[in-house]
Design a protein around this ligand. Structure first.
Ligand SMILES: Cc1ncc(COP(=O)(O)O)c(C=O)c1O
Length: 350
């Protein structure tokens, strides 16, 4: 759900791309993003694309042709990273787990010490399974080997802990349409000083011109050299969404999402649904995945919710197609009222 203040902001007049007002707004967005990312990274800005564009940007810049890229794979979006890295000509190695599980430090360390990759990638909030992997079980071993750590924070940012600096993530990308409660189309990215230094020394240019971070970054710092034409309404929306987060307080917002998740899971279990992610501590708070009771047709259930109650719930992706429900309670939706409304509507629909 787009935050009402983000909606309102998008109706404001469009200014030019070097208008002092726009540049100030951009700088405030960068500062707000550092806060939600939990980082002091100077190079924190937005990629003019959706989450997959930001993923491709991270990979095109930091995964060189022929380099070894180790991916922790337990879901659809780790698979998407794999495909993108292969298109960059990387030597991709994967540690796989059943969808819905997360990696523990011992297996991550053994895998990385065996493979000794130059870069590693993992998904912090795997939207296809509902599993949350902070990165604490992975990043220390990767950094010990000198590998750069790339994290997909598309779903985690703004709704639950991301904490780049504390976890040890070098390159993080996200999106606008999930935890930040904005429309899609503008994707935050943050790069550590170590990774930026690596990028400055990269011997060849990245294969993509549009997603070349070194070129893109010049627009975000004085003298704001033109690289692409940004869309001001998307910036206005993000500016307001970040202000909303700052006013609520990031930790209070996380806690609101956590409480909504707890209430939702309790209600779902009462109705006979089974959480796909077994351990509560491994669950994404604002995107809940459940297996419906065996007598329930999930497609029919989702159709009923949409047509009778105007509630859109997603089905499974990839190998979980037709097997699970994926229920988002993000931003303004993470309240006991909306959770109770959903549970009542579900009960009436099964
Ligand atoms: C974890 C994750 N990564 C990447 C993406 C791709 O983002 P987009 O759909 O904005 O391209 C998504 C989208 O749901 C996602 O959940």
């Amino acid at each position: 759900m787009v935050d009402p203040r983000a909606y309102e902001a998008m109706a404001q007049p469009i200014v030019g791309i070097r208008d002092p007002y726009f540049l100030e707004l951009m700088s405030e967005i960068q500062s707000g993003l550092r806060d939600v990312f939990g980082t002091r990274n100077e190079n924190t800005f937005v990629v003019p694309a959706g989450g997959s564009g930001a993923m491709e940007c991270a990979i095109a810049n930091f995964v060189r042709p022929g380099s070894k890229f180790a991916i922790f794979a337990a879901g659809h979006f780790a698979d998407r990273m794999t495909v993108m890295a292969k298109r960059q000509g990387a030597n991709v190695v994967r540690l796989e787990k059943p969808w819905g599980e997360v990696f523990v430090a011992e297996e991550a360390t053994a895998f990385l010490e065996r493979e000794r990759p130059e870069v590693i990638g993992f998904v912090q909030a795997e939207t296809s399974t509902g599993a949350y992997q902070s990165g604490r079980a992975i990043a220390p071993a990767a950094r010990k080997l000198g590998a750069l750590v790339i994290a997909d924070c598309v779903t985690s940012l703004g709704a639950m802990p991301v904490e780049l600096d504390a976890v040890g993530i070098d390159v993080a990308f996200s999106c606008s349409q999930k935890g930040l409660s904005c429309p899609a189309g503008l994707s935050p990215i943050s790069v550590s000083p170590k990774a930026w230094e690596w990028l400055e020394k990269r011997p060849e240019e990245p294969s993509s011109w549009y997603l070349d971070l070194r070129l893109m970054s010049k627009y975000f710092e004085a003298p704001h050299v033109y690289h692409h034409t940004p869309s001001p309404p998307l910036y206005y929306a993000m500016h307001q969404a970040l202000a909303v987060i700052e006013e609520e307080g990031l930790k209070a917002r996380w806690e609101r999402h956590r409480q909504a998740s707890e209430r939702l899971i309790t209600g779902l279990v009462r109705l006979g649904f089974e959480p796909l992610v077994k351990k509560p501590e491994d669950r994404i708070w604002h995107m809940t995945t459940v297996v419906p009771p065996s007598k329930v047709n999930e497609a029919k259930l989702r159709e009923n919710l949409l047509t009778k109650y105007n509630i859109e719930v997603a089905g499974g992706l990839g190998q979980l197609t037709s097997k699970i429900l994926r229920i988002g309670t993000m931003g303004p939706l993470a309240t006991s009222e909306s959770v109770d409304f959903l549970l009542d509507s579900l009960q009436a629909s099964i």
